[in-house]
Design a protein around this ligand. Structure first.
Ligand SMILES: Cc1cc2nc3c(=O)[nH]c(=O)nc-3n(C[C@H](O)[C@H](O)[C@H](O)COP(=O)(O)O)c2cc1C
Length: 324
């Protein structure tokens, strides 16, 4: 494969979402085969100790590669693998281009550059936006009272995980709250994508990093500090994503990304709420309430709706940094 074509494919594939925008996927060209690797230095050891989000993020990158090939008229034979770690990298997939692209992939590939995480809030979505949208891996919650309940649970779950000072300091490590931060436009979560005003951005580091948060949390104010409920409630639906417990989280990431792109095609924006799946108590409550089978694991949730305003700009590493 021509080097310029490979770089163009990677540039499109790396638009896939990743937890905390850690962008853990790396690409290597081996003859005609595109390898996708995980860069283990981009793990979140505190927030994601089991590497679930790491592999979901890499799965989205694998799917992004398949779609980038489809955009150029190629199909893809994907082989997932679990190889030993070499120099901090582990190969997770080999993708061999085929002559003919899947028509559905060609259509979905058009959504890749439009998809973004939108955290600023939603305006009411027409119910038609969700019509005839079903998938085995997705439970679509549209009932207003259930959305209200989930909105509360997201803040309760966030408050539980945020109780850990180590979790907060790992989160802060990936936050880019000063525009002068050298990584403001490259990775992590900047003030703009977090839809955070300047005053909150100034006080967030000392509060998150210090004892004041512990005190507020001890006083039971945690759910208010996370403060997403008002915006979560505005979602037209919340999609709960589940996958066989024994299955590959790389494949879970592939279907998660495809569903998000399908939402984009329906005129919707998405805002994940991984805390619902991270906190074991909330995961059990949500799984029970929405009858997620016991052999499947809730691995993410996506608040879906019509954006209430402009979506933020995208922050990514350069193509050179993700090619190994
Ligand atoms: C596995 C996974 C978990 C995520 N969890 C959250 C989350 O809990 N809250 C949130 O606001 N964004 C979450 N995101 C969204 C990422 O922060 C986002 O994809 C990343 O910052 C890149 O931005 P983009 O989606 O606009 O391209 C998650 C994304 C992935 C793939």
């Amino acid at each position: 494969m021509d080097r310029a074509v490979f770089e163009a494919i990677v540039a499109q594939a790396m638009l896939a979402p990743s937890a905390h925008n850690t962008q853990p996927a790396r690409w290597r060209l081996d003859g005609a085969c595109i390898e996708v690797h995980v860069d283990l230095s981009r793990r979140l050891p505190i927030g994601d100790p089991d590497n679930r989000d790491l592999y979901v993020s890499c799965g989205a990158a694998v799917e992004g590669t398949v779609l980038a090939l489809a955009a150029r008229g190629f199909g893809a034979d994907v082989t997932l693998m679990e190889a030993p770690v070499e120099a901090g990298l582990r190969i997770i997939a080999r993708i061999v281009p085929k002559t003919t692209a899947d028509t559905g992939d060609v259509v979905l590939a058009k959504e890749v550059s439009k998809r973004l995480t939108h955290r600023a809030g939603f305006i009411p979505a027409p119910q038609e936006a969700f019509r005839n949208w079903r998938a085995d891996h997705m439970t679509l919650v549209q009932d207003a009272s259930q959305i209200e309940w989930l909105a509360g649970q997201i803040d309760i779950a966030s408050a539980r995980v945020m109780r850990s000072r180590d979790f907060r300091s790992e989160l802060l490590h990936w936050m880019r709250l000063r525009e002068g931060d050298p990584n403001y436009h490259t990775d992590g979560l900047n003030r703009e994508v977090l839809a955070m005003d300047a005053a909150t951005a100034r006080i967030a580091p000392p509060i998150l990093g210090g004892r004041l948060y512990d005190l507020l949390s001890f006083l039971g104010l945690g759910p208010h500090l996370s403060g997403e409920a008002a915006r979560s409630r505005g979602a037209g639906a919340i999609a709960l994503f589940h996958w066989p417990e024994s299955g590959s989280m790389v494949n879970a990431g592939r279907v998660f990304y495809r569903s998000w792109l399908q939402a984009t095609a329906r005129g919707l924006v998405g805002w994940p709420a991984a805390a619902l799946a991270d906190d074991p108590l909330t995961r059990a409550d949500v799984s029970g309430r929405f009858s997620i089978p016991a052999d499947r694991v809730l691995f993410n949730a996506l608040r879906l709706g019509v954006a209430n305003g402009a979506t933020p700009s995208r922050t990514r590493l350069s193509v050179r940094e993700v090619i190994v």
